[in-house]
Design a binder for this molecule. Sequence first.
Ligand SMILES: N[C@@H](CCC(=O)N[C@@H](CS)C(=O)NCC(=O)O)C(=O)O
Length: 205
Amino acid sequence: MIQLYTSTTPNGRKISIALEELGLAYQVERIDLQAEEQFTDAFLALNPNHKIPVLVDDGQAIWESGAILLHLGEKYDSAGTILPKDPTKRMEAIQYAFFQTGGVGPNLGRFGAAVRKEGDKNQEMIEIFGGEMDRLMGVLDRILADGDRDYLCGEYSIGDIMHFPWLRIAQNLGVDWITSRPRIVAWLDRIAERPAVERGMAVPE
Ligand SMILES: N[C@@H](CCC(=O)N[C@@H](CS)C(=O)NCC(=O)O)C(=O)O
């Protein structure tokens, strides 16, 4: 039995996309972050870091989206749909998943928080985190350009899934560090076309 504790935010959708890709049955437990349900004793017992997503698989609670995707890939992906079978590509996929948690995730999160507020100090934050996002998009652009890749490690993987829900929001906002890079736009559009991605992005309803 698999339970996904999630919310209508990008980190949770990484996991629903992967579960849909793998065709796994799962129960959605919606956590209302505005109502601070992530701070209840019951939720803190699952994740002391009070954040979604949490996956409970056969009684084991796993948190941190990258760790959850790796778990799903190792336990359930015999076909190599999200975790490549080829050892070199597999390691590359894991590398790009880590790159997302260390770079795009925190910087885009802080950029978004600054955009939602007003004032001079927030303008400064928008420039700092927007500047870093521009640099990170340049890195992803170079990776995709290397061998004219469709996906980060050459084939679709957890590396792409980790980035997609975050960058799709930024793309929809029309930020120039995405819209000015056709290779990044084409990559995001390619991922969006996958039926499992469409289904995963609609969780929770
Ligand atoms: N590094 C974590 C980040 C998770 C995260 O930031 N989750 C946000 C929603 S997208 C959250 O639950 N925030 C609630 C809080 O911080 O109290 C991961 O990749 O799983």
